[in-house]
Design a protein around this ligand. Structure first.
Ligand SMILES: Nc1ncnc2c1ncn2[C@@H]1O[C@H](COP(=O)(O)OP(=O)(O)OP(=O)(O)O)[C@@H](O)[C@H]1O
Ligand SMILES: [Mg+2]
Length: 489
């Protein structure tokens, strides 16, 4: 690509960007939230058209007016915002738009047979007939990846493919990437997990505010060099959990049985000032616990808040009691993407303000603006439609919404999914600050570094069981992995 520019109302997303990719090469694209990475990839994938500049594929200048034109050139994109369809099953998603047929009819059996192989390759243990609606975000991510691999591909774009995968699934993906490389496939790889980039990338290209910000050769790739490339300055290392100031028990869970694991009771408690991290492999049942606590899925067992038993039949009950969930799935359960940033932040707090509408001078505007400032959300104004924010900034809006509500218990599923290193550190500091104010926090995370950096104690789940809770001082990557794969404490 030469001199590629792209403008949206009020935003210059790309400003004369140059980038190249050779067959068999993995180029990592680095940049803070909103730097323009996804926009650049969407131009290659035919989702957006550039305002200026050229895209050259195999020496031929191309303009893709739609994703199917990019597909014709064997360019496959695994988008950051997952595009699997909930009302179809796994195999139907994988073969969407190119269904296998036999005597004119869709050949479900054949599609399912082939799907078994693809799922095995990415490590997803679900039957091909499972409806996607029943899958967690990480599992959907694996389906999305399996779909890309199931087709003939010459250039592959992976936009944060591992953002909700744990170490094991990510490692499997890296093996697949190595195979594809050997077959001569060129890959653009985007991730905010910097440790991965050293593993997969042959070269790093930096973007800052929509412009080229330099590049690193394989030999130059270090954590420090990557951070500097992204943010143009060095950042403080992420916080380590401070001494536990835990006192009274705020949240107590006794024998919680979720609908996915009805025969496995889970019990734990969280004290005021404490962050309990919840680790485990994809499908271990962590998100099910958070959904049950928040009243999204029916569950059995006792939930007590500050000693009082709480009946949580719906999210409304949880919210009224001061227990909030920041879900892993920000597109469906977190953010209303058609509303503005400000409306999203004010949404659960409307009762505090007299009139609807974010008009001038309205106190709700101040409330929303504070939320945006507290988490440093990158948006031209609070009136921007949430869908137009970059992925990481959408996540910050969801966090800002609940932080503005002064919660007692905060349940956070993948708090920094898709968030850049600088903002991650800000969010960790914010979580620690909230805990210090007496909040009890339950944090589900697939990012091992994050779990270790932020938690006071770490609960590890394996196939629905809470297989152990480690104190911070005993928690190492090995100890967590051991419990996560079903080992004893
Ligand atoms: N459809 C759109 N309409 C308006 N603005 C947009 C649109 N898509 C992207 N933008 C803006 O363009 C800029 C670049 O966004 P982009 O999604 O490319 O960032 P990114 O580097 O992928 O960030 P992240 O790491 O958060 O995913 C952002 O300021 C974003 O708000
Ligand atoms: Mg992006």
């Amino acid at each position: 690509m030469h001199g590629v520019s792209k403008r949206f109302p009020g935003v210059i997303a790309l400003d004369s960007v140059d980038i190249s990719l050779a067959p068999g090469e993995v180029v990592a694209l680095l940049g803070e939230n909103g730097a323009g990475k996804s926009t650049l990839m969407k131009i290659i994938g035919g989702v957006y058209q550039a305002d200026a500049g050229s895209l050259i594929v195999d020496d031929v200048p191309c303009t893709f007016r739609s994703p199917s034109e990019a597909l014709d050139k064997c360019i496959r994109v695994v988008f950051q915002e997952l595009s699997v369809l909930e009302n179809l099953d796994i195999s139907e998603n994988i073969f969407l738009g190119r269904e296998l047929r036999k005597a004119g009819l869709v050949d479900r059996k054949k599609m399912r047979e082939l799907t078994v192989g693809y799922l095995e390759k990415v490590g997803l243990k679900r039957p091909p007939s499972t409806p996607v609606a029943a899958l967690s975000i990480a599992e959907r991510q694996l389906v999305e990846i399996a779909r890309a691999f199931s087709m003939k591909v010459r250039y592959l774009i992976l936009d944060e493919p591992t953002s909700s995968l744990t170490l094991e699934e990510s490692n499997r993906l890296f093996e697949i990437i190595a195979d594809l490389k050997n077959e001569g496939v060129g890959i653009f790889y985007i991730s905010h997990r910097l440790d991965e980039i050293g593993v997969v990338a042959d070269r790093v290209v930096g973007l800052r505010d929509g412009k080229n910000a330099g590049a690193l050769t394989k030999e130059e790739i270090t954590h420090e060099a990557m951070v500097k490339l992204m943010v143009g300055r060095e950042i403080a290392p992420s916080v380590n959990a401070g001494p536990t100031t835990a006192s009274e028990v705020v949240l107590e869970i006794k024998e919680l049985r979720t609908s996915r694991y009805p025969n496995i009771p889970v019990s734990f408690s969280i004290r005021s000032g404490e962050i309990l991290g919840l680790a485990g492999l994809v499908g271990a049942g962590r998100s099910e616990v958070t959904r049950a606590l928040f009243g999204i899925d029916p569950a059995q067992g006792t939930i007590a808040l500050k000693g009082e038993t709480l009946k949580v039949r719906s999210p409304r009950d949880a919210i009224n009691a001061g227990m909030f969930l920041v879900p892993e799935d920000r597109r469906n359960a977190g953010l209303t993407t058609t509303m503005s940033v400000g409306e999203n932040i004010v949404l659960p707090a409307w009762h505090k303000f007299s009139a609807l509408g974010l008009k001038k001078q309205h106190p709700a505007r101040k409330y929303a603006t504070e939320g945006v400032q507290q988490l440093n959300v990158k948006t031209p104004s609070i009136d921007q439609i949430a869908a137009n924010l970059s992925g990481g900034n959408q996540q910050k809006v969801v966090l800002a919404r609940w932080l503005q509500m002064n919660p007692k218990v905060m349940i956070i599923d993948e708090p920094t999914r898709g968030i850049d290193v600088g903002s991650k550190a800000e969010i960790y500091t914010e979580l620690r600050r909230l805990a210090a104010q007496g909040l009890a926090i339950l944090m589900v995370s697939s990012d091992m570094e994050e779990v270790l950096a932020v938690s006071d104690r770490i609960g590890v789940m394996h196939e629905g069981h809470l297989s152990g809770i480690l104190d911070r001082k005993d928690a190492t990557e090995e100890a967590i992995m051991n419990l996560a794969v079903g080992g004893a404490k």
